[in-house]
Design a protein around this ligand. Structure first.
Ligand SMILES: [Zn+2]
Ligand SMILES: [Zn+2]
Length: 256
């Protein structure tokens, strides 16, 4: 199994997970045109994508999903709550392409088993995902305001972890966001800060963990170096080992 990012942050997110002929795109928060450009940069033809999985209906995750799905005839997997949330969508996914998933049940797409993980975030029925292929396990976690016991269990034993490090609490408090937005971001249904991410990593870290990638790093309320310092302190690893998926460049392919 291998993974890459077409970009990560509040301006748009998209993660690729691939095993043999199965290519999954998790979220598409870029315009379809921009997403295609970024996919081709990673040597992926959009028509070769097996399925799009949507974590939740915020624009930075769903913006390009409907057009991409329709244009290239790609099935879309999402919870019922995500499918009926239309506040941030300009277009609807064609009904025949929608596969409604349960946030509590595994499903499978062409040999990759997908485990949805319910997370606390301020939209309807959000899920994050753990991917299983043979013995390999890949965890993707962002857009969660808190870490629940259920989340800690679901992400144990991952070979690679893509983990939200959204904000540094001090930078958020002293930053440009108005107080109401600061409360939303740091609240129990907002985003993981560096310390929350570090605690989560400490609890899920094990000797088999090959890759840790910081995602959804705020450009206004965080620095990758602050996030990296927090994670390094939590598990006492080499700083170079922690990678970042950024907004402009995403992250190149990594194998597990
Ligand atoms: Zn987001
Ligand atoms: Zn969100």
């Amino acid at each position: 199994m291998r993974f890459a990012s077409i970009g990560s942050g509040s301006e748009g997110n998209g993660t690729l997970v691939e095993h043999e002929q199965c290519r999954l795109l998790i979220d598409c928060g870029f315009s379809a045109r921009e997403a295609v450009r970024r996919l081709i940069n990673l040597d992926i033809e959009p028509e070769s994508i097996s399925a799009i999985l949507v974590t939740h209906a915020h624009a930075d995750h769903i913006k390009g999903v409907a057009i991409l799905a329709e244009k290239f005839n790609i099935p879309v997997y999402m919870t019922w709550g995500t499918s009926v949330s239309n506040g941030h969508k300009k277009r609807e996914v064609p009904a025949e392409l929608i596969n409604v998933i349960s946030p509590h049940e595994m499903f499978s797409v062409q040999g990759i088993q997908v485990e949805p993980v319910a997370v606390p975030h301020d939209c309807r029925e959000p899920t994050q995902f753990v991917f299983h292929q043979g013995e390999k396990k890949l965890g993707v976690l962002s857009d969660a305001g808190a870490i629940t016991p259920h989340m800690e269990r679901a992400y144990q034993g991952c070979d690679a972890l893509l983990l939200e490090c959204n904000h540094d609490l001090e930078m958020l408090r002293n930053g440009p966001y108005p107080p109401a937005l600061q409360r939303r971001v740091s609240g129990d249904f907002g985003h993981l800060n560096n310390q929350q991410a570090a605690q989560f990593l400490a609890k899920t870290h094990w000797q088999g963990l090959q890759h840790v990638v910081m995602t959804h790093i705020s450009q206004k309320n965080n620095h990758p170096e602050l996030a990296r310092d927090a994670l390094v302190a939590a598990i006492n690893c080499d700083a170079d080992w922690i990678q970042a998926a950024d907004q402009a460049e995403g992250l190149d392919w990594h194998e597990i």
